[in-house]
Design a binder for this molecule. Structure first.
Ligand code: C2E
Ligand code: CA
Ligand code: CA
Length: 635
């Protein structure tokens, strides 16, 4: 090693040689000049001086000084190490071969809540208790759960002075000092990191809006529940729920409002379930319910319960309204023995429930075929609109006072090339979902206008009622389109539009604006299916509406069911009080007709008078039946 001392010794030795050489040459060149002697004497002197001096240098700098320096350096580095240990965030403990702490740094004191003096002498197992199930090692040395660690990182539990356990990350390094093993443990609290990880995991598996498990977690739970069901030989039920008309609410009242509804729906579904059940959100307004140890009978009962929960009136931010839902049910093992089959079949059943307006449906294999047909229908509807496969039928509306025909309601049919005549319930929802409803409504309006003009040419003027879908009221161009159709040549069309209660929920400003513009154009407006929604008559009074049509579900049975009769009577009275006309639809017999007449209902419609008629048949019917058209101006 070349210390500064050894370098100096070399220098001095070099100087001695130089002196020796110099002495010798002077003597050789100028004999006698050198005082008192020969080159040998100079040499001896030089050698002696330099030797002693060199020895001193060598002794002092080459051996003695380096030792001092080392001590100094050790002191410095010890100081540095101490400073580092004092300031690092990681806790460090130094443990002897008996598992007893000999020293620690301040981070260790903070981590465990003990002072340095308290830590010293404590068994490490007191701070790092063994995991449950593994007994603390008796006797000396490192506890069993730490023994054998050397350098690798591990997660463990720490015990705070308060007794609280917390997760930590731990590295133990083994070293041998004077032949005896010692251990340095480096520890770090990972409570926060664990919490962050848990939050991330939760985020990945839950829906942010409702906090419910998402599709991924649901799948996991289904698989898990299926495994349990196999072992216990018990069935399980999977349900898919889809809210009816949620899209309209979202479009009308805005997404933040839609979000509130979804949250409330999630809450209600959760309240209807057992704690062992899972309620998950699949996206949009679709939810899934997983019910372990449930047979088909129970599943249907629970579906009923969920329906009742969802159908309870919602009161949100001053808006009152009701929602419906459709539920599809698939059972393990009958309808599938893996998560994806069960999901698919519950979905098929849900669409069947929607189509059939029956609330809930249990999967059956025929539905598969049906859902394929449904898919096919979707694309065929496009063609239907363009190739004249649709047709309009008309159902007469009778004025109860005079018994005369005052108008007709236009009802669309689809004359399908292979399936025959399809009722609107089989394709209107499809048209609404695919956006074809706009074109369809336009077709209905134009066709009705044509028919009306044909009848007018025969001296028959009838007000025509056309059904609008909720979606039509979100088409700001509708009033303009209708203006064109009404005044499109010849006799102006006397048009009435029928809209359902859900279309004009409070808050639907755009729909209201469209209605006001239509009304200003002379179009009359009726509320259809009245009684099935939640609009109050008081609210209807503020709309440009002059008529309500009591839903046929109340009317058909009113002759037999007193409750229905009471509902119909009070609706008529209340509507009259606020100046609205009342039409009862679904009148199927004379008894109902007479009852309604006694209740002073304004108009009736129903199979008792006539089923919907094809356009060509309307004139003949009016000529041949007992019901006569009213004189012009009486409608
Ligand atoms: P809605 O507007 O309530 O029409 C009355 C429905 O009741 C018609 O069914 C009609 O045939 C039926 N009906 C009439 N009298 C009686 C009766 O005495 N007893 C019974 N049980 N039923 C009776 P339809 O034609 O199948 O229409 C069903 C629904 O489809 C309509 O209900 C309406 O909401 C919708 N719809 C029909 N045509 C159109 C349309 O052009 N556009 C739109 N958006 N919807 C339409
Ligand atoms: Ca109608
Ligand atoms: Ca109706």
């Amino acid at each position: 090693m070349k210390t500064p001392g050894s370098r100096a010794a070399l220098l001095i030795a070099g100087l001695a040689l130089a002196l020796l050489a110099a002495g010798a040459s002077v003597d050789a060149l100028f004999p006698g000049v050198m005082p008192g002697g020969t080159a040998g004497a100079w040499f001896a002197l030089a050698l002696a001086v330099t030797f002693v001096f060199g020895l001193w240098r060598l002794a002092h700098h080459g051996v003695v000084r380096p030792l001092d320096r080392m001590e100094e350096q050790v002191a410095v580095s010890e100081h540095r190490i101490r400073a580092v240990l004092d300031h690092i965030v990681d806790a460090v403990v130094y443990v002897n071969e008996y598992g007893v702490i000999e020293s620690s740094n301040p981070a260790a004191e903070r981590l465990f809540g003990f002072g340095a003096d308290e830590l010293r002498g404590k068994g490490i197992a007191e701070l790092l208790p063994p995991p449950p199930g593994i007994g603390a090692a008796a006797g000396e040395g490192l506890p069993a759960h730490l023994a054998g660690m050397d350098g690798e990182m591990r997660e463990a539990s720490g015990r705070h002075k308060s007794g609280a356990l917390f997760p930590l990350e731990l590295t133990v390094s083994r070293m041998t000092i004077h032949g005896r093993p010692h251990y340095v443990g480096i520890l770090r609290d990972i409570t926060q990191r664990r919490a962050q990880l848990a939050a991330l995991r939760h985020q990945a598996l839950h829906d942010a809006l409702t906090g419910l498990p998402n599709r991924a977690l649901l799948f996991d739970r289904i698989e898990h529940t299926i495994r349990g069901a196999r072992r216990s030989h018990q069935p399980l039920a999977l349900m898919i729920t889809d809210l009816d008309h949620f899209k309209e609410i979202n479009d009308t009242l805005g997404h933040p409002f839609g979000d509130l509804i979804l949250q409330e729906t999630a809450r209600r579904m959760g309240a209807a379930m057992r704690s062992s059940d899972t309620v998950a959100r699949l996206g949009g307004d679709e939810f899934a319910l997983l019910l372990p140890a449930t047979d088909a009978g129970d599943a249907v009962r629970i579906a009923d319960k969920v329906m009742r929960e969802i159908e309870r009136p919602f009161e949100l931010e001053g808006h009152n309204f009701m929602l419906g839902a459709s539920i599809g049910i698939a059972m393990f093992p009958d309808h599938g023995d893996d998560a994806s089959t069960l999901m698919r079949h519950a979905d098929v059943a849900m669409y069947a429930a929607k189509r059939e307006h029956c609330g809930h449906a249990v999967y059956r294999s025929e539905l598969d075929r049906h859902s394929l047909e449904y898919l096919a229908l979707k694309s065929e509807l496009h063609t239907a609109l363009e190739s004249d496969q649709l047709k309009l039928c008309y159902q007469p509306v009778i004025d109860l006072q005079s018994g005369q025909v005052t108008g007709v309601e236009a009802l669309v049919r689809w004359n399908h090339p292979t399936r025959g005549l399809l009722a609107p319930d089989e394709f209107i929802p499809l048209a609404e979902r695919t956006g074809l409803i706009r074109g369809l409504t336009l077709w209905v309006l134009n066709t009705a206008a044509q028919h009306s003009r044909t009848w007018a040419a025969h001296g028959l003027e009838l007000r025509i009622a056309v059904n609008l879908s909720v979606h039509n009221l979100h088409d700001g161009g509708l009033p303009e389109t209708i203006r064109g159709i009404i005044g499109g040549g010849g006799q102006p069309l006397q048009l009435r539009l029928e809209i359902t209660e859900t279309a004009i929920m409070p808050g639907s400003t755009q729909a209201l604006e469209v209605l006001n513009r239509l009304s200003a154009q002379g179009v009359r407006i009726s509320i259809d299916d009245f009684g099935t929604g939640y609009s109050s008559l008081a609210y209807l009074k503020r709309l440009p509406v002059d008529e309500v049509k009591i839903d046929k579900s109340f009317v058909s049975a009113m002759a037999l069911d007193n409750d229905d009769a009471v509902i119909v009577r009070s609706t008529i009275d209340l509507a009259h009080n606020i100046g609205l006309r009342v039409v009862a639809e679904g009148v199927e017999d004379r008894a109902t007709y007479d009852l309604l007449a006694g209740m002073r209902c304004d108009s009736v419609q129903g199979f008792y008078i006539s089923r919907p008629l094809e356009a060509d048949a309307v004139l003949a019917w009016l000529r041949d039946s007992a019901w006569r058209p009213a004189a012009v101006g009486a409608r």
